[in-house]
Design a protein around this ligand. Sequence first.
Ligand code: FES
Length: 114
Amino acid sequence: MKNIIAKVPISKIVNLDTLLVPIKNNEDDLQIIVTNYKKKIYAYLNSCPHDTRPLCKDAEYLWTKKKQLQCMHHQAVFNPQDGRCIKGPCEGDYLLRINTIQKNGELIFYKEGF
Ligand code: FES
C-alpha cells in the first residue's frame, strides 16, 4: 500500500529545475526536494544526512555550478541522480529518496513508513 505524502500538478515542475513541496500532515514542516534533472524527475526528503537539517530553504540556492545539489549548512555536495553525498561531512551517505508516480496530470509522492 502506497502512503501518499504529497501531490503537485506535473505542469509545475516541467519548466523548473527544482521545486520544494511540503509534505502534508507533518508537524516538522518536512519538504520534498523535486528536481527536474536532464528531463527526469528525482525526489528526496529535504533533510541532510549530516545532521538532518534542511539542505535548503530556497531552491534557488540548491544547485552548484556543476549542477550538483549542495547543503546550505556545511556545503555537502550530492549527486542529483541518486542522492549520494560525493563531497563533504557525510560523504558516501544518501539523501532519502521519495518515490513518485505520475497519474492524471499529477506527480504523486509516496513513501512507506511516513
Ligand atoms: S547539515 Fe548538511 S552538510 Fe551539514
